[in-house]
Design a protein around this ligand. Structure first.
Ligand SMILES: Cc1cc2nc3c(=O)[nH]c(=O)nc-3n(C[C@H](O)[C@H](O)[C@H](O)COP(=O)(O)OP(=O)(O)OC[C@H]3O[C@@H](n4cnc5c(N)ncnc54)[C@H](O)[C@@H]3O)c2cc1C
Length: 359
């Protein structure tokens, strides 16, 4: 095959998970461009943070962990996290000379036939001995389907397109979803909107007290167990519950966070429940989360009967050449850091023909 470049490791994605992996590859002696490449389809640094809405200031981000080897210090909490973190990732890439290749869109990964993997991209192909997939979830917003959705005359948008609260001035907004994004959207939009309605499938779970390490560990363990069984992961954030902070308390007291059960159908000018109750709406904002970006791995048939990809640690159980970093239990900034290190340690052993560690 012509024009196929050979490396030992391809990292797909340069968010927290991909950069952590690249850092550990470099530290263990892998040389960028010669031994490994990092491919990212974004126009610039920042991973998904680059695209987060302007009103998500750095001060509102609850648990952003710095990347390994370089602290993020002195950031102004009033600035958008999209700017702060994009600048930090940019500095990080320069400092550790990670040479991210972008924009390079990975379209498919398939067997190369010689024990290697073929990574097909918008910029030609790479043949590699190992693969770290660190593509996150941002590019795959999840929109549930409801009867009548196509008849709605208003606007529907997802968290991934949230433009900030001013865009909803004078409008009647239905926010769907019981996670951190949904509640943040409601608290921001309510002062501008003519009316807001909050609907969630399950009653929200508010969490009293600080979110300590123990709580974090048990949240991660829940997701880890699903992934070990080959089930589709839930996001870590979805199992941590909603912190009962001052803003949330105020939202509950003022009736902004007055949760209604999920509506049963969408009608041209709003939403409707089975009992005939209706709420008029100009906008439905779907704060319904994201799914892992793994479609480009489909030719490898990694999905099991449970619908997910079974992992041992970060390693794909069915294919030790492949690691999913920032997936399932490691889909948090701290998890992505740790997973990058673990994946690199494991890949080093694989490439050196040493026995792999039990997960
Ligand atoms: C609104 C919001 C707030 C959050 N706040 C927090 C928080 O406070 N603390 C926390 O720990 N976590 C938070 N999270 C979770 C957070 O997303 C993760 O912790 C982490 O930032 C994700 O990093 P990542 O590297 O896995 O993914 P991303 O940052 O999404 O990076 C993935 C990269 O892969 C690239 N990519 C994707 N597909 C391809 C392809 N086919 N080819 C080439 N490149 C590709 C993308 O361009 C992107 O740069 C939040 C999530 C959301 C949605």
């Amino acid at each position: 095959m012509s024009n196929v470049r050979e490396v030992d490791v391809v990292v797909i994605g340069a968010g927290q998970a991909g950069l952590s992996s690249a850092y550990h590859l470099r530290r263990t002696g892998f040389v960028p461009d010669r031994d490994f490449v990092v491919l990212d389809h974004s126009p610039g640094p920042g991973g998904a943070w680059r695209f987060r809405w302007p009103s998500l200031t750095y001060g509102k981000v609850h648990g952003m962990h710095a990347l390994p080897g370089m602290e993020l210090t002195g950031a102004d909490p009033a600035r958008p996290s999209a700017e702060v973190i994009t600048e930090y990732f940019d500095r990080y890439e320069q400092t550790f000379d990670l040479r991210i290749r972008r924009p390079v869109d990975v379209r498919a990964v398939r067997e190369a036939g010689d024990g290697r993997l073929l990574v097909e991209t918008s910029d030609g192909s790479w043949s590699t001995r190992a693969l770290i997939n660190a593509t996150g979830t941002w590019d795959r917003p999840f929109w549930p389907r409801y009867p009548g959705q196509e008849t709605f005359r208003g606007r529907q948008l997802h968290t991934a397109q949230y433009p900030g609260p001013e865009a909803f001035a004078g409008q009647r907004v239905v926010v769907v979803g019981g996670g951190a994004s949904g509640t943040q959207h409601l608290l921001e939009i309510a002062p501008y909107a003519a009316a807001t309605t909050w609907v969630t499938r399950r009653p929200p779970v508010f969490r009293e007290g600080p979110f300590d390490e123990e709580a974090g560990r048990s949240a991660v363990a829940l997701v880890e167990e699903r992934v070990r069984q080959g089930l589709p992961p839930r996001s870590v954030v979805s199992v941590t519950g909603l912190p009962l902070n001052d803003a949330i308390r105020r939202g509950i007291a003022e009736g902004v966070l007055d949760r209604q059960p999920m509506f049963d159908r969408i009608i041209p000018d709003g939403v409707e429940w089975r009992d005939g109750r209706r709420v008029a709406a100009d906008v439905i904002l779907w704060a319904t989360g994201f799914r892992p970006v793994v479609d480009h791995l489909a030719p490898l048939r990694l999905r099991g009967p449970g619908g997910g990809i079974r992992l041992e640690g970060t390693r794909v159980a069915a294919d030790p050449r492949i690691h999913l970093v920032g997936y399932g239990p490691s889909a948090s900034t701290i998890g992505a850091n740790r997973a990058g290190r673990a994946a690199v340690r494991d890949i080093r052993r694989l490439l050196a023909d040493e026995p792999l560690a039990a997960a």
